[in-house]
Design a protein around this ligand. Structure first.
Ligand code: PLP
Length: 391
């Protein structure tokens, strides 16, 4: 626990106390190699397999469809590169224009290797342009990748329906569920996706561990070869403690999701209402689309997001501009650009991402700070100050 008001949960989350306890116990007690034949090793194997069941339950998958990886980025790379072997003769790839950089960078790499990548646009609220999506699908499409819930805006794509459209053309389908796992009830058995990526540190688990759902009978080439771990899809001795921690996190977030979602969405609404009331010119990006319960992307027109973040941080609040990994870049985010957000609002866009650990009092403090801070930045910029709200 720290004194920060931590509103940067789409970047990473605070591990649950149960997770910390389970990881510490595993490091201390369950250090044998799960591939060893002795009983100590087999006990550890049993724990890894229990964690696999817990992670499978979070996704609505079967345990044998779960491959542990080092996190979201590795899962995405394994899926996107590994699924291309399903249709080696096809050279077209389709993704949305608002994917995470982990997907976008793979797409750029595929382009350098001769693939033709179609990036499908979104509307002003971040909803996928389905007419364009359909038009891009053909018998030449090798692979389709869609983000389930956007890390910057929280906007949710209907991947259950979209994945069905996508497989109809015979292509391999991957869904990036890194932000939705643990925040939305998932049932991948109803999706037509071949692979789904998730990452433990986004749902109060440890960093450095994630999973890829690989639908039964899917042909997937491994990225990392060596030992025979993870059904030969991901070689290397398993990070047992992290896997156990991921299993515990999956179990807790699955069983407490309805209460969490109700509480966190009320906090998010309180934040948005407070900010819109007290900061002139503020607007919420993606507000009319279905969104994650915890994410609010607010544009402060005419201000630079970096300045707001620095003052927020001085006031003890952690938030983010665009994706955490691209903070510091002065370019407005590719997601807001794809939504054709007014550049003045996009430059001043702050992502507040909440969690079960936030409180009403914290949100009220941020809402009280923001008008003062925005007015201060306006003065620093030499602009006419916006009205200062009373403390
Ligand atoms: N996909 C999305 C939507 C994300 O938000 C992130 C992380 O921010 C990733 C993938 C990458 O996950 P990881 O940090 O576990 O590599």
């Amino acid at each position: 626990m720290t004194d920060w008001i931590y509103l940067d949960n789409n970047a990473t989350t605070e591990p649950l106390p149960e997770v910390i306890a389970a990881v510490a116990e595993a490091l201390r007690e369950h250090y044998a190699n799960p591939s060893s034949v002795h009983r100590f090793g087999q006990g550890v194997r049993h724990r890894v397999e229990c964690a696999r069941e817990q992670v499978a339950a979070l996704l609505g998958a079967q345990a044998k469809e779960i491959v542990f990886t080092s996190g979201g980025t590795e899962s995405i790379n394994l899926a996107l590169r590994g699924l291309l072997s399903m249709h080696p003769e096809r050279r077209h790839v389709v993704a949305s224009a608002v994917e995470h950089s982990a997907v976008l960078r793979v797409m750029e790499s595929l382009e350098r290797h001769g693939y033709c990548v179609h990036r499908v646009g979104v509307d002003a609220d971040g909803r996928l342009d389905e007419a364009e999506f359909n038009a891009r699908l053909s018998d030449q499409t090798a692979l389709i990748s869609l983000i389930h819930a956007n890390n910057e805006t929280g906007v949710i794509f209907d991947v259950e329906r979209l994945s069905r459209l996508a497989v109809a053309c015979g292509a391999a389908v991957h869904v990036d569920a890194v932000q939705s796992a643990g925040k939305l009830p998932l049932d991948v058995s109803r999706w037509a996706a071949h692979c789904v990526s998730i990452s433990a540190h986004k749902f109060h688990g440890p960093k450095g561990v994630g999973a890829l759902y690989v639908r039964r009978r899917t042909r997937l080439e491994p990225l990392i070869v060596g030992g025979r771990q993870e059904r030969e899809l991901r070689a290397g001795t398993e990070p047992v403690a992290d896997i156990i921690g991921m299993g515990v996190a999956a179990d807790v977030v699955r069983t407490t999701m309805p209460e969490m979602a109700a509480r966190v969405s009320a906090l998010r609404d309180r934040l948005e209402a407070g900010v819109l009331r007290s900061v002139p010119g503020a607007r919420v990006h993606g507000v009319a689309a279905p969104r994650l319960c915890n994410t609010s992307n607010v544009g402060f027109a005419g201000l630079a997001a970096e300045g707001i973040l620095i003052l927020l941080s001085e006031a003890g609040t952690c938030a983010s501009s665009a994706a955490a990994c691209s903070s510091g870049a002065l370019e407005p985010s590719h997601v807001l650009k794809a939504m054709h957000v007014d550049p003045r609002s996009a430059h001043g866009a702050i992502r507040f991402s909440l969690s079960r650990f936030n409180t009403d009092a914290q949100i009220d403090r941020v809402v009280a700070e923001l008008p003062r801070l925005v007015a201060r930045l306006g003065r620093l910029n030499g602009e006419r100050p916006t009205e200062e709200a009373s403390p």
